[in-house]
Design a protein around this ligand. Structure first.
Ligand code: ADP
Ligand code: ZN
Ligand code: MG
Length: 525
């Protein structure tokens, strides 16, 4: 099983923003977080020995990169420099040498760098930070030297260093000794950056998703002294990116890119590209000549929740999963502030044996206390149903994923968002999230014991309250649940509307189901 470490703040936000937080049995976060780095053969064997790549012409333009208008604007100037170096040199302008491109994976950093080279019509040299780090001391440094020599000989040009954090992390704090190879490589990189003058026509762009761990020497004037950020795209950005990636695809007229954008909060550009490709493959496999909304929907489900598994056989365990999921769905529907249920299904996907999906009503970049609390109640709905219906001794392990999620949310409410009686201050040092073991230990120790206890008890309070509410929802709606579970067992999947129709025979379901402002208008505020 995947052991999820404490997420960075952004990670949680991303997590919350991820479509329709899946309240699934045994659902462990899968997709984005666990990309194994591939087979790691000893002594760098089996690795390609390519030192760096050089593309004389990337063929990529700004039109290929969508939804990151600000970054494009920031880079317009760099393109200008590369195009007309002499003009700037003539008036004595000092041209920037290094730009740090910051953003999460898949947001188009590499693509953007290639587009800059493409727009300027200059060669593109690239090298990934992780490729620097070899078993043999000195190899990385000599690669850096080679790279810069080649680049200078081909000026004007653009040098792209991906994953610069692999070489550029803060020196001298690592436990277990420094890494000689890395330090040498970093020093060489600094020397090279200092060695060429601003007007040599070599511009270096480095990408990272963790600027905070970079050695401060890298960020000094004359090195990577400019930063450009790209974030996950908002709904309009997603629609633009979808446009780019459906250009060469045949779409049925029922496919609305706006609707897809609405259903995919938290998707990066790479996720969206992948989505359209999956949908095309699916359409091909189904023998269709066009991609329909069905293929897109199925691909979203698959990307978010994993591959469809084999169906459960009828029996106690299927019944239990059915109650568990309906428990979620009822709490989703009856707790004020929650987004509406989109569907409930017993068809297993990824690690989950059942899933309750909800439709994000708006781009979840701003989340209220009420909404967070509603997510905790909804997240506990599964276990609450197991306890209320089958009795405490029968509670199963299926809520493990739910509990992990809701505990994270509750803890962040207290420590990060100032949403508890402790008050509005940040109770964890950002370095807690640092990947550096020593920094993490130090910051833990700087908190008073009393405060640590208060945090724990506030978190517990929130969760205890939520669990009581969840159990009350289940108890008060027992009859409705039985009826919904019967139908769910028969049909395997219920749409949100089918679910609400039955529930509304027993109770008022209008609370979270009022027509929402479409997301498009929401973000225009
Ligand atoms: P990063 O370097 O930030 O991890 P990449 O540039 O490698 O991301 O993106 C991977 C792929 O995802 C790109 O080749 C492209 O197909 C798609 N993609 C990512 N961001 C965008 C975007 N903003 N516009 C269009 N396509 C994108
Ligand atoms: Zn669950
Ligand atoms: Mg990249």
């Amino acid at each position: 099983m995947e052991v999820s470490t404490w997420p960075a703040i952004l990670d949680l936000l991303g997590n919350l923003a991820f479509p329709m937080i899946l309240l699934g049995s045994l659902l462990l976060r899968s997709s984005s977080s666990n990309s194994p780095a591939g087979p790691n053969l000893p002594f760098g064997l089996g690795r390609s020995k390519a030192k760096f790549q050089m593309e004389p012409n990337t063929g990529i333009t700004f039109d290929d990169v969508a939804g990151v208008d600000e970054a494009k604007q920031d880079f317009q100037e760099i393109v200008e420099f590369l195009r007309t170096l002499e003009k700037f040199a003539a008036v004595g302008a000092r041209i920037p040498k290094g730009v740090l491109l910051v953003g999460p994976p898949g947001t188009g950093k590499t693509l953007l760098a290639k587009a800059i080279a493409g727009e300027a019509g200059v060669p593109f040299f690239s090298l990934s930070g992780s490729e620097f780090i070899e078993m043999f001391v000195g190899v990385g440094a000599s690669r850096v030297r080679d790279l810069f020599n080649k680049a200078k000989a081909n000026s004007p040009c653009l040098v792209f260093i991906d994953e610069i954090d692999a070489v550029g992390r803060q020196r001298g704090t690592g436990i277990g000794g420094g890494n000689d190879e890395r330090e040498q490589t970093l020093n060489q990189l600094l020397t090279e950056m200092d060695g060429f003058s601003g007007n040599s026509g070599v511009i270096v762009i480095a990408a990272t998703n963790r600027p905070e761990i970079l050695d401060s020497a890298l960020l000094r004037p004359g090195r990577f002294d400019r930063q450009v950020s790209v974030g996950l795209p908002d709904i309009r950005g997603r629609e633009e990116i979808l446009k780019v990636h459906s250009k060469n695809k045949k779409l049925d007229k029922d496919v609305s890119l706006g609707v897809i954008a609405m259903r995919t909060p938290g998707f990066s550009g790479a996720d969206l590209a992948n989505l359209m490709n999956e949908a095309a493959i699916l359409a091909g496999r189904r023998g269709k000549d066009k991609i329909t909304m069905k293929e897109v929907d199925d691909s979203i489900d698959r990307i978010v929740a994993g591959m469809e598994g084999t169906k459960m056989v009828d029996g106690k365990s299927k019944m239990l999963v059915a109650y568990h999921e309906v428990g979620h769905a009822i709490c989703v529907t009856l707790t004020p502030g929650h987004d509406p249920v989109q569907k409930v299904t017993l068809i297993p996907r990824g690690q989950a044996r059942g899933l309750t999906w909800f439709l994000p009503g708006e781009d979840p970049t701003l989340i209220s206390k009420q909404q967070l609390f509603a997510r905790i109640v909804a997240g506990l709905g599964g276990q609450a149903a197991e306890e209320v219906i089958f009795g405490e001794p029968e509670i199963t392990t299926s809520a493990a994923g739910d509990l992990q999620q809701i505990t994270q949310i509750a803890r962040q409410m207290v420590t990060t968002y100032g949403m508890s009686e402790i008050g509005p201050w940040v109770l964890i040092d950002p370095t807690v999230q640092s990947s550096d073991v020593v920094l993490r230990m130090l910051s833990r120790n700087s908190m008073s014991e009393k405060l640590a206890e208060d945090i724990d008890s506030s978190v517990k309070n929130i969760i205890d309250n939520a669990y009581e509410i969840a159990k009350a929802h289940i108890k008060n709606n027992r009859e409705a649940m039985d009826k919904i579970v019967d139908l769910l067992l028969e049909k395997e999947t219920l749409t949100g509307d089918e679910f609400r129709v039955i529930l509304s025979e027993f109770t008022d379901v209008s609370i979270n189901n009022t027509k929402r402002t479409p997301a498009r208008e929401m973000i225009e505020v």
